[in-house]
Design a binder for this molecule. Structure first.
Ligand code: GGG
Length: 361
């Protein structure tokens, strides 16, 4: 009957703009996502914005309320901007917001793809677009970010601090399996595992051991192993030799910043904090921070936010929308509509308008 309409699927998104340019780029990403759903008409977004930020913390003394994590569990996905502000020590802001979310919601994988977008270039001489196409799989729940340790004799010249890295067989095995599955899904089927197991003789040696154990289940994936220091050299001198990379929480955080810089700008790099069991919402955020020096000026590069939004949409099962958004991003950079960090002269609004227009074409 003609009075029966198909009802668009509604995806519930918890939005945490956070600090600095996190606010600018989240606003831009929300506009782009709404444009996408208006054009495609097969789904809608229901955004709820949470003012969990350093500014709010300075006013009221807390980032998230006591039931904050439970509130987030009611959403399909979380979209995050950035965290960090000069008036709050970074270890307070990180440990009050982003790190508890990753841990409590079992987001033990952080996927950070890197590629050179059309119309942009790498700072590496002679590096062509096809030469740099990586996926960094970051262990996101333990290791150097375990938060264990303490300080004794604080405020004295005898202060002693410990920062304990915890690596578990279960934690290592699950990230290895995710990384091998990722490598297997890509044309080159190649995985490089990064540690510092010559100097760190316990946890990193367990990483090596588990890596070789898991590799037996993936005979079709070619593997190699690098020390993190040598890895930085290889990324710069031999980018084509890499494809999928798996590393610890800290190592992969550092390597993915380098990867982003080598692909043209940290402003374009996305990340997905995933709970592969899908029992909890996953969280999507550009890898860059809050950039207080340019916050609120309307000049931040929104591409990392848009690419993260595309990953979110893909995770929600909206493949056509994700592909459409990535195509719109590529067309816009190819046409030279870029912010200053990519060598262009556009501002956040200019790039956002151009991406929306591409989606509407
Ligand atoms: N949008 C990402 C962000 O705000 N990052 C701040 C940061 O330093 N996060 C810590 C981490 O990812 O390890």
């Amino acid at each position: 009957p003609s009075n029966i309409h198909s009802v668009a699927k509604v995806h519930r998104v918890a939005c945490i703009p956070g600090d600095g340019i996190g606010v600018d780029i989240t606003e831009a990403a929300t506009r782009v996502l709404n444009t996408l759903s208006t054009v495609l008409k097969t789904f809608e977004f229901d955004f709820t914005t949470f003012d969990w930020s350093s500014k709010a913390y300075l006013e009221r003394g807390w980032y998230m309320p006591p039931d904050g994590l439970d509130q987030l569990k009611k959403y399909d996905v979380i979209y995050f901007g950035a965290v960090g502000w000069p008036d709050v020590p970074d270890h307070i802001s990180l440990w009050s917001l982003i790190l508890p979310i990753r841990k409590a919601l079992n987001q033990y994988v952080n996927v950070r793809p890197t590629s050179i977008l059309p119309g942009t270039k790498s700072p590496l001489a002679d590096c062509k677009r096809e030469d740099l196409d990586w996926v960094i799989v970051r262990e996101n729940s333990e290791g150097e970010y375990s938060g264990q340790g303490g300080i004794s004799h604080e405020h004295s010249e005898h202060a002693v601090a410990t920062e304990v890295s915890i690596f578990t067989q279960v934690g290592i095995e699950r990230i290895m399996r995710f990384a091998f599955d990722t490598a297997r899904s890509r044309p080159r089927k190649k995985l490089t595992m990064v540690t510092k197991s010559n100097a760190q003789r316990h946890g990193m040696v367990l990483w090596d051991k588990v890596f070789y154990q898991v590799a037996k289940d993936y005979p079709d994936v070619s593997t190699d192993k690098m020390l993190v220091d040598a890895m930085t050299v290889r990324m710069v001198l031999h980018p084509t030799s890499l494809d999928t990379i798996v590393a610890t929480n800290l190592h992969a955080d550092i390597l993915s910043d380098l990867a982003a810089a080598l692909s043209g700008s940290i402003g374009i790099a996305p990340s997905s904090n995933l709970d592969p069991t899908r029992k909890n919402p996953s969280m999507f955020e550009p890898i860059h921070g809050s950039a207080p020096d340019i916050a609120g000026k309307g000049i931040a590069n929104p591409i990392g936010a848009f690419w993260s939004a595309a990953e979110m949409v893909r995770w929600l099962g909206e493949t056509e929308a994700a592909d459409g958004l990535m195509k719109a991003i590529s067309n816009v950079t190819a046409a030279g509509v870029k912010t200053k960090d990519l060598g262009g002269s556009e501002d956040t609004k200019g790039v956002t308008n151009a991406v929306c227009k591409e989606i509407e074409k």
